[in-house]
Design a protein around this ligand. Sequence first.
Ligand SMILES: Cc1cc2nc3c(=O)[nH]c(=O)nc-3n(C[C@H](O)[C@H](O)[C@H](O)COP(=O)(O)O)c2cc1C
Length: 179
Amino acid sequence: MVNDKIGLFYGSDTGYTEGVAHQIQELIGASNIEVHDINRAKPEDFAPYQRIIIGLSTWHDGELQSDWDAFYENFKTIDFSGKTVAFFGLGDQIGYGEYFIDGVGILGDVVYENGGQIVGVWPTEGYDFEISKAEFQEGWFLGLAIDEDNQPEMTVPRVEAWVEQVMEEFAEAVSNQQA
Ligand SMILES: Cc1cc2nc3c(=O)[nH]c(=O)nc-3n(C[C@H](O)[C@H](O)[C@H](O)COP(=O)(O)O)c2cc1C
């Protein structure tokens, strides 16, 4: 059964990604989105949604947040064809500047390989990092980058702008599929 709501799946070790997930839920409106902690999710939970938001932090020099790490083999079994996916990633660009939000790049590769369309790409301008697996093209992250460690004051304006962008891009993707 197709679910018209947006499915948001997040994983969070110390609560920062969870906080951003709830901020996004509030902006989109609780009746339009269903939020899942990946810690308790199953691969089939992704099936009903055409529009998906994925949130994760990166840990231990470029590794997936622990719940996403545990879910990774399951994640690779998900068919993303016909689905549009937007990513947001949390990281520390100063402390871990060689791995900044790498997890977004790691999961993004799977979504591409499994047929998904990705929206919500975000400029790298305004960040100070060395290397990122999420920088899929020079000057562009595959999704929104949030740094609660070094730029917490930027989180709210970044999330607000990104949610507006993603809602437009979701609408375009759905109308292209219907055309
Ligand atoms: C031990 C440790 C390792 C980390 N490794 C990375 C990393 O490799 N890349 C990165 O961008 N951020 C890294 N971070 C920063 C976290 O991703 C960041 O603090 C994030 O906001 C945590 O979000 P969460 O509480 O939702 O898990 C690390 C933080 C710690 C404490």
